[in-house]
Design a protein around this ligand. Sequence first.
Ligand SMILES: Nc1nc2c(ncn2[C@@H]2O[C@H](COP(=O)(O)OP(=O)(O)OP(=O)(O)O)[C@@H](O)[C@H]2O)c(=O)[nH]1
Length: 501
Amino acid sequence: MTAPATANAVQEDAAGQVLAFPAAETARATRDSRPLRLITCGSVDDGKSTLIGRLLWDTKAVKEDQAATLRRDSSGKQNDLGLPDFALLLDGLQAEREQGITIDVAYRYFSTDRRSFIVADTPGHEQYTRNMATGASTADLAVLLVDARVGLLEQTRRHATIATLMGIKQFVLAVNKIDLTDYDRARFEQISHEFRELALSLGVRQVTAIPLSALKGENVVYDGRASMPWYDGPTLVEVLELATTRSSQTVGFRLPVQRVSRPGESFRGYQGTVAGGSVKPGDSVVILPSGMVANVTKIVTFDLVRNAAVAGDAITLVLDRQVDVSRGDMIVAIDSQPLTGLAFDAQIVALQADGIQPGKRYWLKSGSRRQRVQVQPASQLDLKTGKWEPAEQLPMNAIGKVHLAFDEQAIFDPYEQNRTTGAFILIDPDTNNTVAGGMITAKRSALGGIHTEDARVILSLPADLADQLMATELFAARREDAEVRRVSAGKASEIIDTIDG
Ligand SMILES: Nc1nc2c(ncn2[C@@H]2O[C@H](COP(=O)(O)OP(=O)(O)OP(=O)(O)O)[C@@H](O)[C@H]2O)c(=O)[nH]1
């Protein structure tokens, strides 16, 4: 049975397979200038490198000199189809990995007429959990690859679980190497069915399954109708073009104050990048943590006076009265305020060999705010079973639930509602290393109760560092003042840059 179509809904069949994209969706996607961030996950040899290479190749993201090298280097490789070995496009990165230098996540860029894309490529091995978590934390969508001959693996569950934890709500199941099953429709449908069950068990409803051949380029950018007349769903790129970005999901206005600007006696402005919602002159705002109320009189960007500002805009806000505001404060919408309090629940990924020590006091950094916090691990995710097990310590790479206790009022949104104001990093005061990236799930009352049930958290990372092949950043709670660290063989590292937005 086909679900009734509405003007803004993607039409799906009973299994949730996308059948058609309505005009309104297409128009919206066309207008959306924000790049879509995606992460690709798969086990070794599922064809992840080939798929990314194919995406870059078919969208013409590969420069001519690279293309010539590829044709030449592929010639000696056994490839019975006589096609270039697209995985070679990623070999530069591979070499770096093998030498143990850098690389947590590599970001690649490509675009179609409709949209641009940033794909996070992370190694699939278990010991790289934190890398996957890093990549997933900024991603709007996850592409999970399986080999059509093999079907779902434990690794598929692991990756799907981490992606869900990181707040990803849109999955594409890429049933790759379908050419090696003689384009077996029944096989494809069986794997899709199993995956949908898995996704549902994780609470993810938006799943598109696509039978594809990364090597031959079928249903990646170009359709595979000639080989698979039975499949009339979208290609991978069509799904990506229509996917929604997470940043469109925030609601309340948030301005973490980076700087107070006082160029003269008569002017005082509060500078920062809008981290959620929108603002216009006349709006009433609250300054946190003081709780003072004021009205917005002017919004300035560079030297322009603006009628409004939205998430992502770097602005100077002018208020109608003298208020005490300093760096680290947050100016927020009066009718949609974040959580403030001394105790929060969070999920974190431990990044350092020492792990997270119970009761130790760390620095917590979220946006321009830096506070002392005591961290108490509560449980650790068993990635094999998907279950949370009680834990008192969190070793490196572990994903854990923790309680955070602050000395002073902290201000957060649950990560699920805002990836910027709900994310943080933990810094070891002894070594100055970033030891964890985390996301706020809920506020706890003084009595230990939880106010906001089940709101999920995550890390927000700066992602699009200049270099196409190797963004070496680690978790950062906010882009504007993110520290960019080089990571060598999973070890901490020097700060190599700061991104000043
Ligand atoms: N026939 C066929 N072969 C494919 C397809 N996709 C990938 N391959 C082949 O499968 C092998 C593994 O592909 P890779 O892209 O290196 O796989 P990967 O998942 O990136 O593997 P690692 O980089 O080792 O994690 C290569 O020999 C590819 O040519 C496909 O769609 N059809």
